[in-house]
Design a protein around this ligand. Sequence first.
Ligand SMILES: [Zn+2]
Length: 283
Amino acid sequence: MPELPEVEVLVRHLAPLVRKRTIQRAIVRRSRVIEPSTEEQFVKKLRGATFLELARRGKYLLFEMRAAKGQEFPLVGHLGMTVRMYLLPAKSPLPKHAAVVLEMGGENFVFEDTRYFGRMTLDDSAIAALGPEPLGEAFTAEYFQVALQRSSQAIKVKLLDQQLVAGVGNIYASEALFRAGISPRLAARRLKPLQVTRLRETIRQTLRDAIKRGSTVPLNYSGEGDRDGLFYFGSAPDAPDFYEERLQVYDRAGKPCRVCKTPIRRIVQGARSTFYCPQCQKA
Ligand SMILES: [Zn+2]
């Protein structure tokens, strides 16, 4: 499932492609992905609208739009599990799972989703509920410390709480805890101040590294191409398997820890898999 780094890479790629472009017509082929907007609202609002800017907030894409009549409004995208967003020449046939198509003259903006867990909606209430950006200034050690003190949940589970910090998901929560040497089972309020400081740093490092790496991987944003298991948009044919080598613990159950050779362990917390090294993450 895409997390903050994957969304950030996509936003950086898409922003210059859509900026200042005007939508002539919006077509909704799967109304589930625009919920809770209705098809009528969606199509009407986007007709003649212009993309002003594209930003990321947590795991959401935030398109800043200007309506044909002039007022600005948000269009919110979420990648779900299998979404791809890209531009396609208008004369190319639409893929089977194109859920939303925004016609922009010579090109179409395509929102493709094979499983329909993604979203492209006028409703921005999910954005308002998000906690601070982990790479932003509001995510201070003081803030993190106070927020964790109020929680008896296991730290791994707490890190997935988007109101605590926006954009960290299952993969990078496991990775950041490994780098910090903290057990995923430790109750959030039991972390010592030094552990909190260290974890804040490793969260930021882990995300920054993933963004950096994601920005260098040769990706295939549209059409066919093998998905590498992490990137929803698939790597280009013949690209090396970056997914395997970039992760320290995630999805490596039974394989030797890259630091101490102890087999990585998988446990289930809050119905999600957690991966960790029982030797390196004793604290
Ligand atoms: Zn280890």
